[in-house]
Design a protein around this ligand. Structure first.
Ligand code: 5GP
Ligand code: ZN
Length: 125
């Protein structure tokens, strides 16, 4: 196989057809990003459950944080750094960092993501 098609196959394997967060990564679904790093993206949750509620996702598709930790620990570390940087930026310092893992734990989107939740926004609102 040619190098270019090998690279393409590899890229395709990192996305999953029908995954809503992969569609956000590929810009198929238009979303305003609040941060981007080499391997992560962050955006506001569409249904906020707290005054501050944002999501940080790896650009690569991994079904949950357990799979991400096993297959790409360095990217999980980047997700954590992005999440805590944004928590510092948008909250007064108190926040929850949450990874719902498995349907029984409330996971509804099966592309690993961190929720940053806080009732105390930085601007005091
Ligand atoms: P989970 O329940 O899997 O832990 O979290 C998935 C989160 O993704 C939910 O809080 C849900 O509101 C959010 N979400 C689902 N679809 C979209 C979307 O298309 N755009 C944005 N910004 N958030 C989404
Ligand atoms: Zn995905």
């Amino acid at each position: 196989m040619e190098l270019a098609s090998l690279a393409k196959t590899r890229l395709m394997n990192m996305t999953e057809t029908g995954c809503i967060f992969c569609k956000i990564v590929s810009r198929e679904i238009n979303t305003e990003f609040i941060a981007e790093t080499n391997n992560t993206l962050a955006f506001w949750d569409i249904t906020p459950l707290a005054k501050v509620h944002l999501l940080v996702i790896p650009k690569q598709h991994h079904r949950d944080v357990a799979e991400l930790s096993e297959n790409a620990p360095q990217i999980l570390s980047e997700v954590l750094t992005t999440a805590t940087d944004l928590a510092k930026k948008y909250t007064a310092g108190s926040f929850k960092l949450q990874f719902n893992t498995g349907a029984e734990a409330g996971q509804t989107v099966f592309h690993a993501h961190a929720h940053v939740l806080s009732e105390t926004a930085k601007d005091g609102s």
